[in-house]
Design a protein around this ligand. Structure first.
Ligand code: SF4
Length: 312
């Protein structure tokens, strides 16, 4: 009976995948998938990557429809960069809890308090914040952006841990927003130390959204795109990964001879895990949920994203 259930489930999954592939071809769509998505979603990606990699692809793609398997701010960024395209977010409610910690009202107060400061916003912000931002950044290029802007004072929105991390690389005054990603902020250095002592020859790689105690322990601090490169190029055959657990699936698949460990219990982002194959299929079939933004937001936010794309 159990065997029968698994077979039925697999058949359904395969049917969904072939229907997705068929609709994708017919509608000239492209599927962009973030590294934290479920394994079965990663497996149907045309492009799998971090926010910066996917933003670049969205900007260059000649597809008519972009299906963005990630969270809302990512799909919004794709729409801002390619306003003529249809951008679909398969789960309408998949937001980023970090992005939602920054409000326009609060940002305006910051701006009037520090009138000479430049506003650098992490790409993990909603479109109205990007529209009030001078330049966006991702975890992959935040240090370069901070070093590149001419202002001596920088309001950094919304992640306090990333703000503290970039402060290590500049004498400029970074004024951090008090936001955090509960997935990364929740990873504890004590747990990482225990894992390190169990696997003394393993390397520890952490995301800069982690707290400074974790960052201080790490052998490398990098974005998820950087983790892909590190895993490929490092001599270490055991690597402890300090980011959302979805990353492990990709790393293990691309590096079958290496072993990857999470920090303690797997840390999962509930919003990143919402999207299922059925959602992607429905998104393609019914062309939903479309990202629509007011024209003035599209135009203003595009400037801050375009400036970000100038930094490698
Ligand atoms: S992992 Fe953190 S930053 Fe990424 S989408 Fe989830 S809440 Fe937002």
């Amino acid at each position: 009976m159990k065997h029968l259930n698994i077979t039925t489930k697999d058949t359904k999954k395969n049917m969904n995948i072939s229907e997705i592939q068929k609709l994708k071809r017919e509608k000239k769509a492209v599927i962009l998938v973030h590294n934290y998505q479920r394994p079965e979603i990663q497996d149907i990606a045309d492009y799998l990557g971090d926010s910066l990699e996917l933003s670049r692809i969205a900007a260059k793609s000649d597809a008519k429809i972009i299906v963005f398997c990630g969270v809302r701010f990512m799909a919004e960024s794709a729409k801002i960069l390619s306003p003529e395209k249809i951008v679909l977010l398969p789960r309408e409610e998949a937001g980023c809890e970090l992005a939602n910690m920054a409000t326009k009202e609060e940002l305006m107060k910051f701006k009037s308090k520090y009138p000479n400061a430049c506003v650098v916003s992490y790409v993990n912000t909603n479109a109205d914040i990007k529209a009030e931002t001078d330049v966006c950044c991702t975890s992959a290029n935040a240090v370069k952006v901070i070093q590149g802007v001419s202002a001596k004072q920088i309001i950094f929105v919304p992640d306090r841990n990333l703000a503290n991390y970039v402060q290590r690389f500049t004498d400029k005054e970074i004024i951090p927003w008090n936001g955090f990603c509960y997935v990364h902020d929740g990873m504890k250095a004590d747990t990482a130390k225990k894992i390190k002592s169990s696997y003394p020859d393993a390397k520890l790689v952490v995301h800069p959204e982690c707290q400074k105690e974790m960052i201080n322990l790490a052998d490398a601090i990098t974005s998820t795109g950087g983790m892909v490169k590190f895993a490929r190029e490092s001599n270490a055959d055991k690597i402890i990964i300090g980011t959302e657990e979805g990353m492990i699936y990709r790393l293990q698949k691309e590096n079958p001879n290496k072993i990857f460990y999470t920090i303690g219990n797997a840390r999962m982002c509930r919003n990143m895990k919402m999207t299922t194959l059925e959602d992607v299929l429905l998104a393609l079939r019914e062309e939903k949920y479309r990202i629509e933004l007011p024209d003035f937001i599209l135009k203003a936010a595009k400037k801050s994203l375009d400036r970000m794309l100038e930094y490698n």
